[in-house]
Design a binder for this molecule. Sequence first.
Ligand SMILES: [Zn+2]
Length: 374
Amino acid sequence: MPGIAHKLIRATESLGVSAVSRLLHSQDLLIVMYHGIMPESRDWEHWCQIPADEFRWQIQYLKKHYEILPLSDIVDRLTNSRPLPPNCAALTFDDGLQNNFEVAFPILRELGVPATMYLATGYVGTDKLLWQDRVFAETQAVDSLELDLSTHGLGVYCWDDDVEYQSAYESLLATLKRLPAEHKNRAMRDICRQTPDIEPDDSVRRAFQIMTWDNAAEMQASGLIEIGPHTVNHEILSRLSDERVEAEIVDSYEAVLTHLGISSSTFAFPNGTRNDFDARVMPAFRQCQIKAAVTTVAGLNSRSQPLFNLKRVGIGSDTSRAQFRAEVSGLMDRLRKFRPTQSVLHDPACGPTSVADSVQDLAATTNLATASSR
Ligand SMILES: [Zn+2]
């Protein structure tokens, strides 16, 4: 976060503005988004991996100031016109990383806090990393490299130090995310061909390892954790054919049902920005009786927010405690109005909003405004 923005947050925080903002937004729904929780320190940085001690502080803070409910319970209340408590919140974890089970779950169980975990089901119980995490694992382990992807029309990516690496990695990942899935997969195979001798750092591999079905079943049996679908292959849905959009949603949902007997009635869009999904998801959602879907679009949910476009507050490794309080209270939404390019989290490849608008049209009949009597 830029220094000026951080100072502004600290200044407003010291004046108690977050507490006032929380009061102003007490009727909004807060959905917090996590990915990985790391047990130990490491010498690399990744936005998705948060230290366990910070995570514990964040959950204790949320427990003190919010009523945390399972997301599917919240959606049930909304669709049945039952009221939500003020300052209502839900916790979500995307991808199904094994450290959700090994590190986050014991903390959630100790504090008695419910959460929803979304699994990319094709990776569960395997030693494969999500393709996005594989790009990181394949490239982070070397000090210098030249990746020639010009035969795919993607140019050359090279670096000789950490600063150059960060820039090249972010540019490469953003480029791959924008491609149709088949094009991206060809480029991924080429990246692996060009890095045959690179062994991912052990701590990187551990951090991005996906959980097993037994892990998921044990958490579900606790009654605190619900498991939901997050596609099979963690593909960005708008980059797929109609048939594959349906298969990624339906097959993922059915895998959760088959292995666990029950699935959350909610879904998480991979990558989740406004141009990462479109109206083609709706038939599959109806088939699976999915009642709501979460995006990575930043913010709290007002009463007019469609249930298939739920916004979230994304927490990353660079989220300070002052920023955390500002994010969850809704204060950051207000500050972002002065910095509109920051309104979408976790994807440098965000683009036009027209495709999601069509989802909003489809979903407009079921939203917080019509369903909630809070
Ligand atoms: Zn994901």
